[in-house]
Design a protein around this ligand. Structure first.
Ligand SMILES: [Mn+2]
Length: 90
């Protein structure tokens, strides 16, 4: 079974609570479930207070094969913003 999770927006504490509620457990620094995987549908950044922790949780789950992470419009916009600044200096 796949759990669709979106719009975390830096709320790492709420993400951890949700994963725990869904039956995931944190083993060796990454959340996993015996029968389920997560499909993160984007928007990890902006708004909330713990963006880096949110990204670390999601990346560790992807690296361990327990999740797939898609890019949201907030990540897309951040990349476009950075790319514009980079090319403006050339
Ligand atoms: Mn959003």
């Amino acid at each position: 079974m796949i759990d669709f999770i979106g719009d975390i927006h830096g709320h790492a504490d709420k993400l951890k609570a949700l994963l725990t509620k869904l039956g995931y457990s944190n083993k060796k620094g990454s959340y996993s479930h015996l029968e389920r995987k997560a499909l993160f549908v984007g928007d990890y950044i902006d708004r909330g207070p713990k963006i880096r922790e949110t990204l670390a949780i999601v990346k560790s789950m992807v690296d361990c094969g327990n999740a797939i992470a898609l890019m949201g419009n907030h990540e897309y916009n951040a990349l476009c913003f950075h790319f514009q600044e980079t090319t403006a200096d050339i």
